[in-house]
Design a protein around this ligand. Structure first.
Ligand code: CTP
Length: 417
């Protein structure tokens, strides 16, 4: 589906957002803002527990709508009954979804406004669980989550990471941008949503992803680099991790937040990136998204080079290692290696040749011939990928980088199943 079509489907949509009682509730306020920027309105139900963490005033100010809470009254019910409320939205979202709400919903218990609405709705429900790792792993919670999925609910997260309670593990609510991506995909009826259903087809697999640019120093204050933002590589790392893989993301300098569900290794130069990648082997999957600088200054001054007013200093360059090719040729070559190719002309022809030259299994080609530096792909939020394998060439429509990442992650999981 083209981005235009996705946008038309998503614009003017409304979600009914149930904010449960958990420390992650503050992230749901961010979620309302992120969604508003994407043209999706939120109407909020705050559970009694939710009001302990965020106020109806802040949720109302951000959503620009009346906030319904479990402390409802007859006036509320006269204005909009709970049945109507549950049907006034295109999608119901529970974030944070506590163990308590999930347990009640799984058993059809309807003893407050949030759970009554969940029982009465004829719309799909997306849960973003957030709780202590032991509560999430408890048999009862896992049973309830499985039941809700069986009943048709979608799940995003929880992510693994450090938790507010001081423990570490799966239980953190997904980041607002990630939940917003899932909401957008659900609203657009995106088929890649299958991958959000909580199944983990890549569990037990290790994946290595490179992302961002590299920086090659000229002196302590100057460097050679490029326009890569890291957005596509980060989205791919997150999408592969959400399918259950153990992901190492080796990243050049970028200014975006790392996904919570990956191990991040920060590097600056191409040589450092190669070392970090070799240290992360063995791996089942390698996706080489980084825009590695092809050359580096032959020498880098350890003091700032000063102007002498006479001659311009020479800039001699030498070639950087080709990380993708080095890993393809290595004894520890990952089973599935995917390279990227930024091309301005004869995209498929150059990409197919590059696949063979580098020795990778698939090449994802991007047309970067658009206006501006790096076309509209480098640094932008969208991508039109062409995936070239040994047997086929698939052209995907223009998608958000997260949707494109999810589509690629699902293709990877199909390869392994
Ligand atoms: N790549 C790499 N190490 C390099 C250069 C590129 O790992 N030193 C990887 C990129 O991550 C990408 C693929 O190789 O997956 C293709 O990168 P690209 O810059 O398009 O290819 P080049 O080899 O630089 O070829 P050309 O400049 O001729 O297009």
């Amino acid at each position: 589906m083209g981005r235009g079509a996705v946008l038309r489907l998503v614009l003017d949509k409304r979600i009914l957002l149930i904010i449960g009682g958990g420390i992650a509730a503050y992230k749901s306020l961010f979620l309302i803002r992120v969604l508003a920027k994407r043209g999706i309105a939120s109407r909020v139900i705050l559970t009694k527990g939710g009001t302990e963490f965020v106020t109806p005033l802040s949720a109302g100010a951000l959503s620009g709508d009346k906030v319904y809470s479990d402390l409802w009254d007859l006036t509320d019910e006269a204005e909009m009954g709970h049945i109507e409320l549950s049907r006034s939205a295109d999608l119901m979202v529970v974030a944070p979804a506590t163990a308590d709400i999930m347990a009640k919903a799984a058993h059809g218990i309807a003893n407050d406004l949030a759970t009554t609405t969940l029982l009465a709705t004829d719309k799909r429900v997306l849960y973003a669980p957030a709780m202590n790792v032991r509560m999430w792993e408890a048999e009862a919670t896992q049973r309830n989550a499985a039941q809700l999925k069986k009943d048709g609910a979608l799940f995003i997260g929880p992510d693994a990471g450090a938790m507010a309670c001081g423990e570490f593990g799966e239980g953190r609510m997904s980041e607002p941008e990630t939940i917003a991506d899932a909401i957008e995909a659900a609203l657009a009826g995106d088929t890649t949503l299958d991958g959000l259903n909580g199944s983990k087809p890549l569990r037990g697999k290790k994946a290595l992803i490179t992302a961002g640019p590299t920086r090659e120093p000229i002196d302590p204050v100057r460097y050679l680099s490029n326009h890569s933002s890291g957005k596509q590589g980060y989205a791919i790392a997150s999408a592969i991790a959400s399918l259950g893989a153990d992901v190492t993301l080796v990243s050049g300098p970028v200014s975006i937040m790392p996904p919570a569900n990956v191990t991040l290794v920060k590097v600056e130069t191409a040589c450092e990136m190669l070392k970090a990648c070799q240290a992360a082997l063995p791996s089942d999957i390698f996706v080489s998204v980084a825009a590695v600088a092809d050359w580096r200054p032959s020498s880098s001054a350890n003091k700032k080079i000063k102007k002498d007013g006479k001659k311009v200093p020479p800039l001699a360059l030498e070639e950087n290692p080709d990380i993708l090719k080095t890993l393809c040729d290595s004894k520890k070559r990952p089973k599935l290696v995917i390279g990227f190719a930024a091309e301005t002309n004869d995209v498929i022809k150059h990409a197919s040749a590059k696949r063979l030259r580098k020795g990778c299994d698939w090449i994802v080609a991007n047309d970067v011939s658009g206006k501006g530096p790096g076309g509209d792909v480098m640094g932008g939020d969208h991508n039109s990928m062409i995936v070239v394998t040994d047997t086929e060439t698939e052209s995907w429509p223009r998608l958000t980088k997260s949707d494109a990442a999810r589509k690629l992650a699902l293709k990877i999981s199909d390869y392994f199943t």
